[in-house]
Design a protein around this ligand. Sequence first.
Ligand code: AHR
Length: 834
Amino acid sequence: MKSKSPSLRSAIVICIGFASLANSVSAQPVAIAIQADKPGAKINPAMWGAFFEDINFGADGGLYAEMVKNGQFEFPESMMGWFKISPSNSRGEVTIRDAEPFRTTNPHYVRVASQAGSPFGISNTGYRDMGVRAGEAYDFSAQARLVSGRSRVSIELVGSDGTTLATANLGGLAQSWGKVTATLRPNATDAHARMTVILQGEGAVDFDMVSLFPQRTWKNRPNGLRADMVQMLADLKPAFLRFPGGCIVEGSDLSKRYQWKNTIGPLEDRKLLINRWNYEFKHRPTPDYYQSFGLGFFEFFQLCEDIGAEPLPIVNCGMACQFNSGELCPMDELGTYIQDAIDLIEFANGPATSTWGAKRAAMGHAAPFNMKMLGVGNEQWGPQYIERLARFQAVLKEKHPEISIISAAGPSPQDERYRYLWPKLVELKADIADEHCYANPIWFLSNSTRYDSYDRKGPKVFFGEYAAQSVAIVSTKNRNNWECAISEAAFMTGIERNADVVRMASYAPLFAHMDAWQWTPNLMWVDNSNVAATPNYYVQQLFAHNRGDVVLPVTNNSPLKENPPIGRVALGTARASAEFDDVKVVRGTETLVNSDFANNADGWSGRGSWQAAGGVYRQSSANGNQTSLIGEKTWGNYTVTLRARKLAGDGNLTITVADDDAGAWVRWILGGWENKEHGILTHHAEQDQLLERVPGSIENNRWYDVKIVLNGAKMECFLDGRLVQSAEVLPRRVPALFTSAVRDEKSGDMILKVVNPGDSASDVTIKLNGAGRLQPIGWATILAGAFIDENPVGKPASVVPRESMVSGVQAEFGYTFQPRSLTVLRLSAPPSAN
Ligand code: AHR
């Protein structure tokens, strides 16, 4: 993106200084100052990368270009993906068999037996059909065996309207297994074609390993990858590729974990495995989702090499997904898992004469892949993980000190699991810790300074999975819109400024098929014929293409916007029944709520187990979490008083304040943690944060006087008139502008990234201190749009990078940053100075 010459750029929009947007600028002028002669940390060349997982049909049905689903007939429902084609006047049988198979490791195959009359056969649906292009070549192949008769076999591509797009006849059927091939060239483009295998005339034929591949794959490799998807990935310029996930590494139980050794060698020996995303979400079940491993570990390494990305494989650490079974490999059996990691290093880096290096060489790559990093575990937490990581680390550091180990830091960057893990990782002297964060845009906007205060001597950070969620984690309504993407960009400026701590980062997940996804949002969406780059993709691309080599100190005096906690009040219980009474919410002299529950609970939202009875408000279920809300989301600076008593159950009482009706709230937990502590918990942008816990308990059947004072962002909690705890809550300070600056050592360019999430343009004075002589012309690449803008598959994109020339660049010059924009400014020294 950087290398276009000025003449090429003359065709693009030109935008100069303040003038062009002068009518809609914000009132307050802002200065951004770069200290060009005081470079800071070196930026990891592998800073911005990509995270790949076979989710959303990312591999099978996605990147892996095989078009036939279940071509090996090894799915538990052996005919899944296949239909019998049996016109009414045909007679025949389709059976799944396993006697004398083509391979004992791949035991099932199909027998198609026709008694003639009419063409008879089977049709494959593909992965949500097959996308074919007119005139392009598609290679059919199968293992086949003539069982009886003299049937002629033809292969057809059939369009979505039933017309035949291409036909080829198979010749040379033998009575023992042998490979048969044919090439099909459809006469029309169709995104929803299917393939049929038809017997003409009487006879029976066995088929296995049925396959259809476009000849045009990435690098035209047989058994290759979808060229358009890899191209889009390559255009991102990811400096590393993490694979194969994600939760898929862990498996819902250990038998379903990802085992790389099952994914290499001849295709027919790669052992099919159910994909964990097949059954993970009841709202998006995908019963035909299996892993064929046609895209296996060899292909992942090869892909990395092709696109110039460092390979970052992740291995199972002896723990299944902790959101599922959490099954643990006993410590005395962990050796197998550790050996798998060691063998993987040999497979990637060992000489072709070594056991595993020889397997790589046999697959066509005698030279090592030069792997430098290895992840141990995906999204693990707890002492069980630390125990296992320590074992892995001890062996790997001894045998392979050259490999950096990526360790897990839990599923959320600021919850209890994270707080437990971090000091343990410090103790273990972990190389790099993998933080994951799926939160809504406000989290990303208000946490851009997260790494400013990280201990520079602790483990380095891999911000290994992140994506802003427009609604909520795993909501099917999440969108890849510009609001999410711009918030990620804002956070990424904080990563870049802290490049000495954060060494790597990757958005997740990478790909999703429009008709077969389980998880949203995703970086790229595809259908059978197209790939779309989301606004989030372009953010990643702009950072990756403008990475720079060294951080330049930058200050920006744009105002901070304070968002004090405001919102509704809620009474609640967790695994407990309780009664509440005399609830008052008072703001200054104004009484907002006065509920004595003498006759009713008007204004309260509680239903079912909540009832006003006998002059109290009773919550009668001792199960789950129960809440009842009252008030307005605009309320702030108030005092809540009430009486409460727990009746039964082993749980706790909760009083919530500042519930903003958009997923943020602050909660006082009374008698939590097995009735040993009270605590203040905030929930903000999908992240729980426990601010403080103090020893304390509550007795059953005893009335307590509860008081909470919310003053600005300060919360004070009283029990029976005694201050029990207090905290500063939800300090959501969002700067008006987010900035980072770097220098590209080769070109000498200073690169300034500015995110303006606001609704108005921002006039800024840019000060380039200590920059020396400068070219008067610079270049801006701008991503901008409305917050709801997306880039849908197969339709014109709304949020795309646009370049413009910047004139008048000097030690101090003015520039106007567009509303809701990410701008990358490249400013150069004159050629003679280079
Ligand atoms: O990216 C989707 C999933 O989110 C990953 O598999 C997992 O690591 C995380 O929970």
